[in-house]
Design a protein around this ligand. Sequence first.
Ligand code: UT7
Length: 335
Amino acid sequence: MYNSKISGLGYYVPDNIVTNNELSKFMDTNDAWIQERTGIKERRWIKEGSDDTTSVMGAKASRIAIERAGLKNEDIDFIVFATLSPDYYFPGGGVQLQEMLDMKTIGALDVRNQCSGFIYAISVADQFIKTGMYNNILVVGAEYHSSGLDKTTRGRGVSVIFGDGAGAAVLSRTNDNTKGILSSHLHSEGKHAEELIVSSPSSKRWINEIIDSNNKEDESYYPYMNGTFVFKHAVVRFSEAINEGLQANNLRVSDIDMLIPHQANLRISQFIQRKFKLNDDQVFNNIMKYGNTTAASVIIALTEAWEKGKIKDNDLVVLAAFGSGFTWGSVIMRW
Ligand code: UT7
């Protein structure tokens, strides 16, 4: 068995900053409400006319990560791409990355686990490296939310939260068993699938209901979230996933050097920080600047924390996420 470690990190967010005050120009919301309930000050939304898409942003983040890993695109053996907002209904974005990055005809796997997408993706990549099947895997999380949000007052409970962006990691084989990914734990509870959902377009409703009715007011095109319900489950599952990872490795909370929680809501991160009695240097948040970028959030935050020098050699880094599905999980790594 081999170990896998992150050898390169990169992220990309669109230039276009949308502040809370700007949102209040087209929906009934305000900066105070958004900051108080979510901690978000601004997010990035792709500007109309831009060439950015989910896979284009993913490719931009990937180029940075591959270069930082000291590799060339042709050294990558496999792609794992997590998103809930692919460019096409099918095929998934993985093949687009293969094409945009001019890679060999390597395998490209699409992961659909929403906010937990990056946790699932890195866990899958880790297994391929552990078995010796691949040496270098590109793991990407990217989201283009802003094209699919209800930007009227009707959608304000959801739309103010989400932002666009992408992050990428190169996972590489290492023979040093003391470094890299120590464990990953993945979970799901499908009975809550409809508590956070975009239910159309879907194969279930395609022809008769969607094409025939052609109803622009159909709310099922937009994300629906039972916010309070999701919040309550999130704080419980985040805690479980972190504890599960620590226990599996005979580690204690005091061993955590850096926790990177999925950036769902600053209040959720703060709740977890208080619960685990972590200080400000042990938890990294950037939801204030980018909002919730779903599958991209953990990898953007990990990259930013690393760029700011907050993650050092030998640090114990914990990644944790919870979201639509419900799905949740954690990854523990020794840097
Ligand atoms: O990333 C995947 C996982 N996602 C999460 O973990 C998110 C979890 N949930 C949340 O973060 C929070 O539930 C939200 C931030 C989404 C909402 O916060 P909340 O404190 O649960 O607010 P609420 O939905 O209960 O709404 C409270 C009030 C309502 O008005 P009334 O009925 O009390 O008069 C809403 O209509 O706030 C109103 N409201 C808004 N007001 C101004 C909802 N959205 C907005 C808004 N601006 N954007």
